[in-house]
Write a protein that binds this ligand. Structure first.
Ligand SMILES: [Zn+2]
Ligand SMILES: [Zn+2]
Length: 151
């Protein structure tokens, strides 16, 4: 499937036509040309069907099979926190602190801090959540499917 970058019109196949291009060495004087132009003046590009809303969208905006507007609806604070349980990160911390707490306790302390911070500066933290999910778009999309959060 193809979609027009400008008007969003979709088309199953692109039209091809023969065009005369002078004499080629093999004796042909024409070649097949693909017509990517839409009647609106825009260009047709590869399209992907969104796993969430089912609409076709420009494949260059593909976030793990999800269109960017659906993706951003899912990439919120709660989902980022839940998904982060599976997408672990590494840090180095004070060795004494590390010796006094278990990994679960450290996660709980940090989660508490972040929930507080989210109340104080929701925009910054929401942006951070979106960025975290977008940086791992394929895995995040896979996680959404496993959690049956899509459709
Ligand atoms: Zn168009
Ligand atoms: Zn969508």
């Amino acid at each position: 499937m193809f979609i027009c970058e400008s008007c969003g019109n979709t088309r199953e196949e692109l039209l091809t036509y023969k065009e005369s291009r002078g004499n080629f060495p093999d004796g042909n004087n024409s070649e097949m040309v693909t017509d990517c132009e839409c009647s609106c003046g825009g260009n047709y590009v590869e399209a992907t069907k969104c796993l969430s809303c089912g609409d076709w969208f420009n494949d260059s905006d593909n976030l793990g099979g999800i269109c960017s507007s659906c993706f951003d609806k899912f990439a919120d604070f709660e989902n980022a926190l839940d998904y982060g349980e599976e997408e672990k990160g590494n840090i180095h911390i004070n060795g004494f602190l590390a010796s006094q707490f278990t990994e679960i306790q450290i996660n709980e302390i940090l989660k508490r801090e972040l929930v507080e911070a989210h109340i104080l500066m929701p925009l910054e933290i929401d942006n951070g959540a979106r960025k975290f999910c977008r940086d791992n778009d394929r895995n995040f999309s896979k996680w959404l499917r496993e959690q049956s959060k899509l459709l």
